[in-house]
Design a protein around this ligand. Structure first.
Ligand SMILES: [Zn+2]
Length: 129
């Protein structure tokens, strides 16, 4: 047992946090904790956020319905590659469904506005006759 966590970070520096009792690692770097974290990732239920899962997922940029399709495909691939717990993917799928629905509603609103403006024009044309 050492006085500092012996984990070497990405920048090459030693972690330096206080180690867990009976270990050379702090609570974040203790290998037994890493196993628990992995189990949580596999089950997808134990952890509640990406941060807790330690996932480094690329940002999803969604600007149109096609992007929603792309995001869904990306999610499928991440699940298949074991990068994303199925439970988290289910949540993403659900949220993507909401986004898609919002685009549908927005699209419908635009079409209704267009139809209304055409009707107004026709009424005005009829009055002029
Ligand atoms: Zn550490």
């Amino acid at each position: 047992m050492t006085e500092q966590c012996i984990f070497i970070k990405k920048d090459g520096k030693r972690c330096g946090s206080y180690p867990v009792e009976g270990s050379s690692y702090c609570i974040n770097h203790e290998p037994r904790m890493q196993e628990k974290k992995l189990e949580a990732v596999k089950s997808g239920g134990a952890a509640t956020s990406y941060e807790k899962l330690g996932l480094a997922l690329p940002e999803m940029i969604i600007r149109n319905p096609n992007d929603v399709v792309g995001a869904a495909v990306q999610t499928v691939n991440e699940v298949r590659a074991g990068q994303l717990p199925p439970k988290v993917a289910s949540t993403i799928g659900y949220l993507l469904g909401i986004v898609l629905k919002a685009y549908e509603v927005a699209n419908l609103d635009q079409r209704v506005e267009l139809i209304e403006s055409v009707l107004v024009e026709r009424r005005m044309a009829i009055r002029k006759k």
